[in-house]
Each structure stands twice: as structure tokens, then as C-alpha cells.
Design a binder for this molecule. Sequence first.
Ligand code: ADP
Length: 267
Amino acid sequence: ARVSASCVRSARGEPINGILTIRDVTREREQEEQRSTFISVISHELQTPIAIIKGYASTLARADARWETKTLRSRLVAIEEEADRLNKLVGNLLYASRIQANGLQMDVAALDLGPLIQKVVRRLRAKSKEVEITLDIPDNLPAVMADRERIEEVLQNLLDNAIKYSPRERVVHISIHATGEEVVVSVRDTGMGISLRDQEQVFERFHRVGDSMTQSTPGAGLGLYICRAIVEAHGGRIWVESTLREGSTFSFSLPREEKAHLPMVVF
Ligand code: ADP
């Protein structure tokens, strides 16, 4: 709390009354902390790809005719990848600030999750050969009421994380099951796991686990925040179960089509 005191005086200057003001500054301090976390996370995330792009561009600018095409191409591919990373970061920042300002507008319809998951998995398998992904999708899965593009983003984010935070073997298992009210999707990895304390916070904006593996992995702590906003805007839930050094399971639920009562805008 911030305390200030002032004194009311008579015409002759004698004190006749005092005013004590006590202001709770917890919220201001929290906002200040958030702002400085934001600036340090974003600066770091911007600096790394910019440094890589600058480094490769400098060597290319000085390349002479003896450089092999293969070498030139690998530098250009690296520049392209880093530009993609910058693009994704800026996209996520805009997304998160739009959520804060206006909530999320949903474009919902009946959606069959099975084929959508298979599509996302196919794309991932084509991109990355070292990842082993297994699927457990039951027949006759009921449809959910959802915004197809946004749920695809949630799946993509959870799968990217499962791979990013698995330093050893990259094995990901996706399962779906239906309950009376909802359909639940789970993404399980055998990666680094998340401590109990961090499990409570990973869905917060800019929260990243403080260990060295996470610090050396690109990311700004926005993916899960965006996932949670999307799932909750559907009237669903998102959560994590995890054991440190063994792996994590991220799950989210969506209301079954016939049970959906959708809030159209949240927050
Ligand atoms: P980012 O990956 O960009 O940092 P996210 O919001 O997606 O941001 O994740 C927040 C943090 O949660 C990550 O920085 C990481 O520390 C932790 N995390 C997320 N997914 C996993 C996972 N599958 N295994 C271990 N840690 C994870």
C-alpha cells in the first residue's frame, strides 16, 4: 500500500485536521511487472531471429562466385525460417492483444474432430520425420459445436509444444473420447514435463518455465494463453497433467453439438 498524509491548517497556520490516504497499489505493481516481463520476453524473442538473419545476410552479401549453390541455399532457408518465426511471434502478439481488447468472435458450426485431427497430424508428419505420432480416435465420435480454424490452431499449438519440449524421443499420442456432455481431446508427450507450480501458470500470458531447455527454445509464452481463450470462448475447458522429466498431457473439452450453449464473446 502507498500511504500519504496531508494537513489542513487554519488561517493562522495551526493544524486543525489531518488526512491520511492509503492506496492499494498491488494492481499497479502487478501491471508494472507484467509490462516489464512483456518487454524482456519480446525483446529477447525479436533479437534472436534478427541476429541470425543479420548474420546470414552479411555472409551472403560478401559471397563470391566460388560459393556453392547448396551453401547459398542453406543460408537463404535459414533466413526464411527466422522470418517465419518473427512473423509467428508478431501474429501471436496481435492475437493476444485483440483477445484482451475485444474478446474472441467465434464462427461456429457442427464439427467432426476426427478428420480435423488427422489433417493436422498429416501435415506435421510431412514436415518432421523424427516425430512419431499415434492416434486413438473412436468410431462414431459425436460432433462438437466449434470454430474449425480456431480449433485447428489449438491442436497445432499443443502438438508443436509436445514436440518442442521433448528433448529425447519425440513420441506424441493423441486420443479423443466423448462423455455425455462433451468431447475431450488429449495430447500426450514423453518430454521434459512441468512442475506442479508451473502447471498452474502455463496458461498465463508470457509465462515460460525458467529452466535452461525452455529458455533456449523459441517462444514467448503466448501459445497456451491463446489456446485457453479459444477453448473457453467455446464454453470448454483446457488443462494439463504432468510429471517432471516424464512428460505432459494437455487436454481440452468442447461441448457436444446438441449440448452447446455458446457464449459468443468472452471476457
Ligand atoms: P511458448 O512455447 O511460446 O513459450 P506456450 O504458451 O505455448 O508458449 O507455453 C508456455 C510454457 O509452458 C512454455 O514456455 C513451456 O515452458 C511450457 N510448456 C508448454 N507445453 C509444454 C510441454 N508439452 N511440455 C513441457 N513444457 C511445456
